[in-house]
Design a binder for this molecule. Structure first.
Ligand SMILES: Cc1cc2nc3c(=O)[nH]c(=O)nc-3n(C[C@H](O)[C@H](O)[C@H](O)COP(=O)(O)OP(=O)(O)OC[C@H]3O[C@@H](n4cnc5c(N)ncnc54)[C@H](O)[C@@H]3O)c2cc1C
Length: 147
């Protein structure tokens, strides 16, 4: 999470942060009115008034299926462009004499855009922008292949 958001949440008197706590039940008459939570550190269960739940589950790339085919960083994000040739660990992963294109992965002609790409901004606007750039790069790759 962005550091400024962490600071704002920590300073907000209207927000209580419950670490190591899981929601184990919800209740209400026609709509949500309560949540039952369990503190995993103390194993204490508490039912709290609640009118809404917003979930943020996982921020991990689901790229296991690409292991061994496309170079990934230690968190599973796909390496692209300059990261493939500047990073000592991934040096040698790029097979061609020409450098990889901006969003090109270690598999020539395969491009990555958005959150799944290592070093991406993790924002809608940049994911959409990278998608548009990837289309342009695919055309460039196809033109090169035809030549
Ligand atoms: C809670 C939350 C709040 C956010 N708030 C903001 C915000 O306020 N402003 C902002 O700009 N950004 C925000 N973001 C970030 C933003 O949602 C992402 O940056 C953006 O959605 C990235 O787009 P994407 O297309 O790269 O990935 P995604 O939107 O994650 O799309 C990837 C898609 O690929 C699908 N997929 C995955 N694996 C496969 C597979 N093997 N085969 C086929 N399909 C597959 C997934 O189901 C998904 O639909 C937020 C993110 C979260 C989680």
């Amino acid at each position: 999470m962005s550091n400024y958001l962490v600071t704002e949440i920590n300073n907000a008197t209207t927000i209580a942060i419950r670490l190591r706590t899981e929601i184990i039940d919800g209740g209400g008459d026609g709509h949500l009115q309560t949540l039952t939570v369990r503190d995993r550190a103390t194993d204490t269960v508490q039912t709290l008034p609640a009118s809404a739940v917003f979930l943020l589950i996982r921020a991990e790339p689901g790229t296991e299926w690409l292991a061994g085919a496309v170079e990934r960083d230690e968190h599973g994000y796909l390496l692209t462009g300059r990261d493939l040739t500047s990073d000592a660990e991934s040096a040698g992963a790029w097979p061609l004499a020409r450098p990889p294109l901006l969003l090109e992965t270690s598999l020539p002609g395969v491009f990555a855009a958005g959150d799944v790409r290592a070093g991406s901004t993790k924002r809608v606007a940049s994911a959409v922008g990278e998608g548009a750039i990837a289309v342009r790069l695919i055309h460039e790759h196809l033109n090169e292949t035809r030549r």
